[in-house]
Structures are given as structure tokens and as C-alpha cells.
Design a protein around this ligand. Structure first.
Ligand code: F6R
Length: 357
């Protein structure tokens, strides 16, 4: 294990600078807000949409999951997030299709975009280039928001998420309060100085999460609403940055199945670290379930790590909890001497599939 306070070692282990990307998360969110403000949505404004469908995969698709969950409390428009090749049959040309792909070349997303073009649907693209950007020349009913290139898609969350979220607000499809955005950004700003590499492990919660996971298999529990996609994001970031298996589930659904599964294999599950994303002021029945579940399964697990959400608004809670997971997953990589940036298996898979074309 590496000492996370040895700055030279951290630099050596992270030649492409994923930790610096995470340390700059606040600035990226701010730039995302600016990009949204400068975007030209004239081609897709002033229309009445039946709903919004997001299409995107992995680090680009998570924005759709989070926006859909946040919108459930504030939007009357139906919203769905599609992670695959096909849009559901109930999507008609009257829906707004939001396609998010950092590279602009992800085949599942392009397949949904093709389907939308065949239908004549109106679209919004969020991309840094690739095929998606080229398609803007060939199709009329589309606005594109182009974001800075050169990052890993998962490291470009602020660029991908903020413009999509704020564009929907601009189009009247989502209610977004300026004060909530300010609260979220303010908390992230504070956290980014607390989580900076220069802050030693004893005072740095993100480093502590990584050290507490250590060699255990992490399992992340979210809860219904926007903490479900945030738990999923934690899992994906631990997979991709720390190259570590990780699984996730959400309250209350997990109480109806997963909770029972802790009865066997306790030799194995003693090596699990359970990470619980909790909202102390959330639904009282969910709080009760979290406490009761901890009591039931505590003996079967190596470690329980609670992550209490920060802030009052859903937006602030979602974005700050996501941030803690993102940077903790990079520290977990560095703790184990793993370069957080490359995702060779994703690249190999894409290359393998390209051979079949
Ligand atoms: C890699 C990453 C992946 C990609 C996914 C889709 O950093 O996060 O999950 O996001 O393979 O590719 P893009 O984002 O280019 O559409």
C-alpha cells in the first residue's frame, strides 16, 4: 500500500493527472455552467415536448440517470434514461432526445441517435467531437453543445452534466433554482480544498474512505431517488479508476432481497466494505431501514463506511456525494499503486467490436 501523503509518489503513479482532474472538479462545474450559458439552443427552443429521453453510456450516460432522478421532484415532463442500442417504442418524434457522448463515437448512443433521426425527432447533443459533432451538419432539428476535449469521459462529468441539466431548465423542461446550484458549487469548492492531496490522511475524508476500503471489496448502498444513480456512479468510478470490483444496490429495494443474501459465505463477506450513502434528514422509513439493516448484517461485513450527504437541496446533495466518491476512487487507485486514468479493457472491447464491422 502507498502512503497517500507522499506527494512525489502520487505524481509518479498518476502520470496523466486524474487526481488533478478531480481536484479541479469545482472549476469544471463552473465552466460547465458557463458553457450552458453560451450555448445556442435556438433550433430546439419554443417547442412543446412530450418528454425527454437521454441516451448515453458509462461516464457520459450517468448525467441522464442523475437528471432523471433529480427531475422526478420538479418536472412534469416524463424523463427516461436509455443505456443501450434502442429507444423504447413509446418514444415518438415529439420527445426531445438528449444524446451525451464525450467521444461522440459510442456505438450504442449513435444507434439511438440514428433511430431518432429516422423518426424526425428533435435532439440535443453534448459531446467533445467525433461522429456526433459531424451529424450536426446532416440533420436540421439538433442543437449541439461542444465541451472541451482531452479528458477521460468520466473525468469530464462537470462538462457533460451541467450543460445538459441547465439546457433542460432553459427549455422549460426542468425547474432549476439558481440558489441550489450556488449551494452545490459552494459545497464542492469547500470539499475540494479538504480533499486536496496536500491535506494529510488524518484530516482528509476522501483519503480515509480509500484507506478504509483498503483491500476489501466495496459495495455501495444508495437509496430511492437521486442517491441511487450516485451510488451507481461510486461503483463505476471505483471500477474504472481503481480497477477494483464493486457492486451497488439501493434502499428500500435491497431490503426485499439482498439483505437475505448475507446469510452465507461470511468468510468471504468479512472482506467486504459496505459504503452507505445516507440522508440523515431523508424519508423516516428509509432512515429506519438503514439502521435496522446495519444491525442485521454488521457481523457479516469487514467494515461499514457511512457517507452522510451534505447540503439542503437535492442538487447540492447529489453533486457533493458524487464528488466524494469520484476523488476517493482515485485515492483508492493510488493507494494500491494503480494508474487511475487508462481503461484498457474498455478500449480493447471497443477495438474487438470494431473488427466485426
Ligand atoms: C471512460 C468512461 C466510459 C465511457 C463510455 C462511453 O472514462 O467513463 O464509461 O464514458 O465508454 O464513451 P463516451 O463517453 O465517449 O460516449
Amino acid at each position: 500500500m502507498n502512503n497517500l501523503d507522499h506527494l512525489d509518489k502520487l505524481r509518479e503513479l498518476d502520470p496523466q493527472g486524474m487526481l488533478a482532474v478531480e481536484e479541479g472538479f469545482y472549476q469544471q462545474l463552473q465552466q460547465g455552467v458557463e458553457i450552458a450559458g453560451q450555448s445556442d439552443l435556438s433550433k430546439i427552443s419554443g417547442k412543446k415536448y412530450s418528454g425527454v429521453v437521454f441516451t448515453g453510456m458509462g461516464g457520459s450516460g450517468i448525467s441522464g440517470d442523475i437528471i432523471t432522478a433529480l427531475a422526478a421532484d420538479s418536472s412534469q415532463a416524463p424523463m427516461v434514461s436509455v443505456k443501450g442500442y434502442r429507444l423504447p417504442r413509446f418514444i415518438t418524434k415529439d420527445w426531445l432526445v438528449v444524446a451525451s457522448s464525450y467521444s461522440g463515437n459510442t456505438e450504442e448512443t449513435l444507434s439511438c441517435v440514428q433511430q431518432a433521426m429516422d423518426m424526425g425527432a428533435t435532439m440535443l447533443f453534448i459531446t467533445s467531437g467525433g461522429r456526433l459533432e459531424q451529424l450536426v451538419q446532416d440533420y436540421d432539428s439538433v442543437s449541439a453543445i461542444t465541451v472541451p476535449a482531452g479528458l477521460q469521459p468520466r473525468g469530464a462529468f462537470g462538462y457533460l452534466f451541467m450543460p445538459a441539466y441547465l439546457a433542460l431548465a432553459q427549455l422549460g423542461l426542468l425547474a432549476v433554482k439558481q440558489s441550489h446550484i450556488e449551494e452545490g458549487l459552494e459545497i464542492v469548492k469547500k470539499l475540494s480544498s479538504q480533499y486536496n492531496r496536500k491535506v494529510e490522511t488524518g484530516k482528509n475524508f476522501a483519503k480515509q474512505v480509500a484507506v478504509n476500503i483498503g483491500d476489501r471489496l466495496p459495495l455501495v448502498y444508495g437509496q430511492e431517488g437521486y442517491l441511487a444513480p450516485i451510488a451507481y456512479r461510486w461503483k463505476c468510478e471505483i471500477n474504472e479508476n481503481a480497477k477494483t470490483p464493486c457492486f451497488w444496490a439501493q434502499f428500500p429495494e435491497l431490503n426485499h432481497n439482498e439483505t437475505v443474501g448475507w446469510e452465507r459465505l461470511d468468510k468471504l463477506t468479512k472482506d467486504f466494505a459496505l459504503i452507505i450513502l445516507s440522508r440523515p434528514e431523508g424519508h423516516p422509513r428509509i432512515r429506519a431501514r438503514v439502521e435496522a439493516t446495519k444491525k442485521l448484517i454488521d457481523n457479516n461485513l469487514g467494515k461499514v463506511i457511512e457517507i452522510p450527504v451534505k447540503g439542503q437541496s437535492s442538487f447540492a446533495q447529489a453533486i457533493s456525494t458524487l464528488y466524494t466518491g469520484d476523488i476517493a476512487s482515485v485515492y483508492l487507485a493510488l493507494y494500491h499503486g494503480v494508474d487511475p486514468t487508462p481503461v484498457e479493457k474498455i478500449e480493447k472491447l471497443k477495438a474487438e467490436l470494431a473488427k466485426l464491422d
